[in-house]
Design a protein. Structure first.
Length: 213
């Protein structure tokens, strides 16, 4: 294993960077989309129910099957990987965003409205900061989930550590096949732990001190 890692260190490091970069970019895009959708639906119970139903159904879709289906419209490489990872990343974030926004004490919102704040100002300066810890919890769940899904995207030649996993599985029993699979799996786990630590730190920096738990 040590020889395998040593002889391919540059390749592993580059694949790890690609994997992390894909996940982080998809998380940023998914967070923006989820918060925008939540901002539209959270005041309406029927729309919130529809959004929650969509997220529940979305989570039942097999990631491997969705990756394969997206080959037709997007081809191979980064586009289908980006689409699949972003899709699955949105689901936990959207659910938590709706929960966080609907759970805000309305007396706080009324107080802000009484001070003359506009609806957009109330959302950005009052509601969103109060809901942020719950939203961040969804982002953390999403990050752990899509870290593995990003590896599946290697099936359509997506970037990242999944290439080591599929390469090893395709020649299982051959030279260095097990080492290749273990490198991909362990690398994904390590990246997931590192990203979660970064998100914990982000939460401490971005959560108002008065509502930290």
């Amino acid at each position: 294993m040590a020889d395998f890692l040593g002889s391919r260190f540059d390749q592993i490091a580059f694949a790890s960077w690609q994997h992390l970069s894909l996940v982080v970019q998809c998380l940023l895009l998914a967070t923006a989309i989820a918060i925008a959708v939540a901002a539209v639906v959270y005041r309406s119970r029927p729309l919130s129910s529809v959004a929650n139903t969509v997220t529940a159904i979305g989570l039942t879709i097999p990631a491997f099957a969705l990756v394969g289906l997206l080959v037709a419209p997007f081809g191979f490489g980064v586009p289908p990987a980006l689409a699949v990872v972003t899709f699955f990343a949105i689901l936990p974030i959207l659910r938590n965003a709706i929960v966080g926004l609907t759970g805000i004490n309305q007396s706080v919102v009324e107080s802000a409205r009484g001070l003359g704040m506009s609806r957009s100002s109330i959302f950005l300066r009052v509601e969103l900061p109060l809901a942020w810890p719950v939203i961040l919890g969804g982002i953390r769940v999403s990050a752990q989930m899509v870290m593995g899904i990003a590896a599946i995207a290697a099936y359509v030649l997506g970037p990242g550590l999944g290439g080591f996993i599929f390469s090893g599985l395709s020649r299982l029993g051959g030279a260095n096949s097990l080492e290749s699979v273990l490198t991909g799996v362990i690398g994904v786990v390590v990246l997931a732990l590192l990203l979660d630590l970064l998100l914990v730190g982000l939460g401490r920096l971005t959560t108002p001190r008065g509502i930290r738990v």
